[in-house]
Ligand binder design. Structure first.
Ligand code: HEM
Ligand SMILES: *[C@@H]1O[C@H](CO)[C@@H](O)[C@H](O)[C@H]1NC(C)=O
Ligand SMILES: *[C@@H]1O[C@H](CO)[C@@H](O)[C@H](O)[C@H]1NC(C)=O
Ligand SMILES: *[C@@H]1O[C@H](CO)[C@@H](O)[C@H](O)[C@H]1NC(C)=O
Ligand SMILES: CC(=O)N[C@H]1CO[C@H](CO)[C@@H](O)[C@@H]1O
Length: 501
């Protein structure tokens, strides 16, 4: 018994000493320490500040608030993570001294089930992917994107109408519903593929699941299973997930082969760019790399937009006056069915402002990891090579120092015609990151979200259902809803009632 206690005390002693020693590598930098590097949940002292899924609890925000210059460290046993919200320092990391910083790609390896891709590589590997994918977004046929986004929204509205007829009301969990629409759009626009989301398709020969079912199961369960279960056990413990992952791979393979055999089918979409690079150029992508890119674009290209739209719906429920203003603008600018052309898009000042304001208050990606290659001066400190950084997007965008009334939803601050409009520091809004590694799909998603929202607002009024006790608590009605950190940061529980205008 005493021996055991002695061993535990000894271990704790070692933890404390190593942690203390580690913290001294960042000379003079304010911060806190915890003894364990990685914990799934909060454990006082051992994993008090930083733990998986811990972002919305605001440990880094509180820490940064308590320091003057927006730089603070959290030391975890043998490594330091520097949280940054100081705009000049952010500029150094993302833009001015960006050569000294790279993306710690292991951070994204866990969602990269099928190998290296645009999101989880760096340096020359990354460039190879980016050079191939860039033209698909530069030459993006926005007319086509608008058309497909509008079609998806129409089909969703049709589904909601059917629901209305059977239940008399339309109360939705926007997480599921909107995700269907954004997945439909990314499938059709980036890959020329129809998942059959709104009009189910038969399962093709040689498959047991639909592509949609396979990809959804892979996204919800495949990543977790792959993280926790040794390869040889997966098939026994999680047969459905294992099948889903295998069939997702098979479907993606087929998608690539079909396109390879018929390159004239769709000229400018992402899939053509990827496949074409293999057919026509030195240094193109291999089949395995194309497949991994297809998967990562499917993930990165739909959940983020759908989460942003969820947040926007929520804010509009809390602020009916913004809803009315939006309705007036859309009625004035758009066609009677709520669609618009690219030039009308520019005239939708308030709609675009609402989207920016949502991305400010509720960035789906709350922090951007970076690592420094060489000792670098950052603010008043010199940090050694290998130090981890987190650019704290969430705090930067909701900090008193950067924004007036930061927690208020006020789209006017982005509307250049409004008196509340303010000119901003280029680093004070970075939901899509900045610099070389900025999101490749930022324009894609901004336009897609605008189309979907314009149609919703034209047809419906949104409110928080009166008979849902979770939606009628004081803080939810005031705009303060519980956040839930998974791959992205979303509302923990949200129901929205759609009432026809
Ligand atoms: C509201 C919507 C979106 C948000 C908030 C968002 C956010 C981000 C952020 C913060 C990054 C940088 C991650 C990092 O460096 O650690 C990123 C990268 C990326 N995003 Fe998005 N994204 C959105 C929509 C999209 C869409 C629609 C697509 C595809 C069509 C997409 C594809 C990608 C890809 C491929 C990367 C990696 C780019 C690279 O490293 O070169 N994203 N996104
Ligand atoms: C990313 O770049 C760094 C520095 O060049 C390198 O040490 C690291 O291995 C790279 N990671 C990957 C996954 O390529
Ligand atoms: C863009 O898409 C529209 C709608 O499908 C099509 O009519 C047009 O030809 C496309 N333009 C280009 C340049 O691909
Ligand atoms: C095309 O893909 C094949 C199979 O993965 C690969 O061996 C080949 O090197 C690729 N070609 C180019 C130009 O990347
Ligand atoms: C689809 C799949 O199984 N992906 C990966 C899961 O994780 C292991 C490593 O633990 C990889 O080897 C697999 O490729």
């Amino acid at each position: 018994m005493y021996v055991l206690l002695g061993i535990i005390a000894g271990l704790l002693g070692v933890l404390v000493i190593v942690t203390w020693y580690t913290s001294k590598r960042l000379v003079g930098m304010p911060g806190v320490s915890q003894l364990l590097p990685l914990s799934p949940f909060r454990i006082p002292l051992l994993a008090d500040k930083m733990y998986i899924f811990g972002v919305p609890n605001g440990a880094s925000r509180d820490l940064l608030k308590s320091t003057k210059d927006g730089i603070a460290r959290i030391t975890t046993f043998n490594s330091n993570t520097v949280f940054v919200s100081n705009l000049e320092v952010v500029k150094d990391i993302m833009l001015k001294k960006s050569d000294n910083f790279y993306k710690p790609t292991e951070f994204y390896d866990y969602i990269s089930l099928f190998g290296d891709n645009l999101l989880n590589t760096n340096d020359s590997e990354w460039r190879k992917h980016r050079v191939v994918a860039d033209p698909a977004f530069a030459e993006q046929n926005y007319t086509y994107l608008i058309q497909k986004s509008a079609e998806a929204t129409d089909m969703l509205i049709e589904r909601l109408q059917a629901q209305h007829e059977s239940k008399g009301r339309t109360i939705i969990d926007p997480f599921d519903e909107i995700q269907d629409a954004t997945l439909d759009v990314i499938g059709k626009v980036a890959f020329g593929y129809d998942f059959g989301i709104f009009k189910p398709k038969p399962i093709p020969k040689g498959f047991q699941m639909s592509f949609l079912d396979a990809i959804k199961t892979t996204l919800t369960w495949g990543i977790g299973v792959n993280l926790t279960t040794p390869n040889f056990l997966k098939k026994y413990l999680f047969p459905k997930t294992t099948l889903a992952v295998a069939e997702t791979k098979q479907y993606m393979n087929q998608l690539i082969q079909d396109r390879r055999n018929d390159m004239d089918a769709v000229k400018y979409d992402l899939l053509s760019m990827l496949v074409d690079s293999n057919l026509s150029r030195e240094g193109g992508l291999s089949d395995a790399e194309i497949m991994s890119d297809v998967f990562i674009f499917l993930i990165a290209g739909h959940e983020t937009s759908s989460v942003t739209l969820q947040w926007l719906l929520y804010h509009l429920c809390v602020h009916p006056e913004c809803q009315d203003k939006l309705y007036e603008e859309i009625k004035k600018v758009c066609a009677v069915d709520g669609t618009f052309t690219m030039s009308q898009y520019e005239d939708l000042h308030y709609l675009r402002a609402c989207i920016q304001e949502t991305l400010r208050l509720n960035p789906p990606v709350v922090g951007i990891p970076k690592k420094c290659r060489a000792a670098t001066k950052i603010g008043p400190y010199v940090v050694p090579a290998g130090t981890d950084f987190v650019v704290d997007v969430d705090h930067i965008q909701t900090s008193e120092q950067n924004w007036k009334n930061p927690t208020t939803f006020n789209p006017d601050r982005f509307d250049s015609r409004s008196s509340d409009y303010v000119k901003k520091h280029p680093c004070s809004l970075l939901p899509f990151s900045l610099g070389q590694r900025k999101c490749i799909g930022f324009r894609f998603s901004e336009i897609e979200m605008a189309v979907m929202m314009s149609k919703f607002v034209l047809y419906y009024k949104f409110s928080l259902p009166k008979d849902d006790p979770l939606m009628q608590t004081k803080q939810v009605l005031k705009g303060d809803i519980t956040k839930w950190q998974q791959v992205t940061c979303k509302p923990y529980y949200l129901r929205v009632e759609f009432t026809k205008r």
